[in-house]
Design a protein. Structure first.
Ligand code: NAP
Length: 238
């Protein structure tokens, strides 16, 4: 995909991986609709980018994906890329984790991602092209004790991506997922012990490492699909 002038919706753009992807694609001439709950962060990023609009919201609100698409079309007249990236993490053994926390995580990581994909795909089909990239995880490919619920949400993203890859074969619509290992972002900001310490990963990935991979996926020739890419720190064993 030639990226210059394209329009991307980025969910989870207020920090971490989403923000880094916006910064990277900005260099390629992409225009953005940025979303997340923290309006101040989105406004700061908008100022940095060449062409961006913001839509502060809670992605777990079922009407949001439709509103995002409408706002992108109203603001820029098109929508070519959706980076389906917003996510939260809650961990604990299955008999001790708070069920309300699992429920909220499922609403954000799974339900909102499926709703966003649904809306994006309807639009891409009517436009005749487009690209959806989902953020999965290393924990979309394996399970770790205390991470069963989070891994479950990311296994769902893997299923979504693979089903769409098959359903969209022979079309001009691309779909892919990235599977990051540990990335230094705000995802674990409330943890007493950061996984860099508990998993002994002195050099986690940086959000920019994932951004380069997302750009690489988007810049493949039309006949090539990078359906999923696992990206892990060289220090990560588990
Ligand atoms: N960091 C890692 O080690 C790692 C590894 C594998 C996969 N991932 C995945 O990468 C994705 C991005 O996470 P990150 O690491 O970049 O963490 P992050 O810095 O915490 O970013 C998460 C983003 O999601 C947004 N978000 C969360 N809940 C939301 C909600 N209810 N409504 C709207 N936006 C919401 C946050 O925005 P607001 O807080 O402003 O709402 C923020 O922009 C997630 O899907 C995560 O599961 C991360």
């Amino acid at each position: 995909m030639g990226l210059n002038g394209k329009v991307a919706i980025i969910t989870g753009a207020s920090s971490g991986i989403g923000r880094a992807v916006a910064r990277n694609l900005n260099e390629a001439g992409v225009r953005f609709l940025l979303t997340g709950r923290r309006e101040d962060r989105l406004s700061e990023l908008k100022e940095e980018l060449n062409h961006a609009a913001i839509f502060p919201c809670d992605i777990s609100d079922p009407g949001v994906p439709e509103s995002l698409l409408k706002t992108a079309l109203d603001s820029f007249g098109r929508c070519d890329i959706v980076f389906n990236n917003a996510g939260v993490i809650t961990t604990g053994s299955i008999d001790e984790i708070k069920l309300e926390d699992i429920s909220y995580m499922v609403r954000v990581n799974v339900e909102a991602a499926f709703r966003m994909a649904y809306v994006a795909l309807k639009h891409f089909k009517s436009a005749g092209s487009g690209f959806l990239i989902n953020t999965s995880s290393l924990l979309g490919t394996k399970v770790r004790p205390t991470a069963g619920a989070y891994a479950g949400t990311k296994f769902a993203i893997e299923a979504l991506t693979e089903a769409l890859r098959l359903e969209l074969a022979k079309t001009n619509i691309g779909v892919a997922c990235v599977e990051p290992g540990l990335v230094q972002t705000e995802l674990h900001r409330n943890w007493e012990i950061h996984p860099a310490q508990s998993l002994n990963i002195p050099r986690p990935l940086k959000p920019e490492d994932i951004a380069r991979v997302v750009r690489f996926i988007l810049e493949q020739p039309d006949h090539v699909r990078l359906a999923r890419i696992l990206v892990v720190p060289s220090d990560q064993e588990l």
